[in-house]
Write a protein that binds this ligand. Structure first.
Ligand code: GDP
Ligand code: MG
Length: 162
């Protein structure tokens, strides 16, 4: 079983854009990886000699009737089955209540989790991303998934053996 990296975050933060960049649209054959279900979108990725599975989720907009903290069930399950979670936020839109709900859930998990501020192209990333430190998930990694900026640096950190 390859390591599983889940992309979570509210809609429109750029999860699918990052998924496509990481997998270059190579869909994983779910059947080859027992334990993964078809509810979420899986892709196989390869970076610097590491192979891993990436999971795209539909997103969490804060309006779902909740198992917990108004998070969508498929996102909760994606977090559960993941070895590593990339929690995406939108550096242009700024922090909102849905981000805070997701962060609250992730802080309770014993899961390797990285806070990733996307869409940092063409803005002052340091000042735009400063507020995300309030989510108390440690370092905020800056990327622009649409252009690939920061993605290899993120993977270098993410895929480091624990
Ligand atoms: P998802 O709902 O989280 O899967 O988000 P999508 O991947 O569908 O992206 C939502 C929107 O954000 C799309 O219009 C993307 O083109 C845009 N987007 C994604 N990544 C970036 C980025 O790095 N920079 C900018 N400026 N826009 C982006
Ligand atoms: Mg999407």
């Amino acid at each position: 079983m390859l390591p599983v990296i889940a992309l979570v975050g509210r809609p429109n933060v750029g999860k699918s854009t990052l998924f496509n960049r990481l997998t270059r649209t190579r869909d994983a054959l779910v059947a080859d990886f027992p334990g993964l279900t078809r509810d979420r979108k899986y892709g196989q990725a390869n970076y610097d000699g590491y192979e891993f599975i990436v999971v795209d989720t539909g997103g969490i907009d804060g309006s779902e009737e909740g198992i917990e903290t108004e998070m969508a069930e498929q996102s909760l399950l994606a977090i559960e089955e993941a070895d590593i979670v990339l929690f995406l936020v939108d550096a242009r839109a700024g922090m909102n209540a849905a981000d805070q709900a997701i962060a609250q859930h992730l802080r309770k998990q014993q899961k390797k989790c990285f806070l990733v501020a996307n869409k940092t192209d063409g803005i002052d990333a340091d000042s735009s991303c400063a507020e995300f430190y309030q989510l108390a998930l440690g370092q905020v990694y800056h990327i622009a998934a649409a252009h690939g900026r920061g993605v290899t640096q993120l993977l270098d950190v993410t895929l480091q053996p624990v």
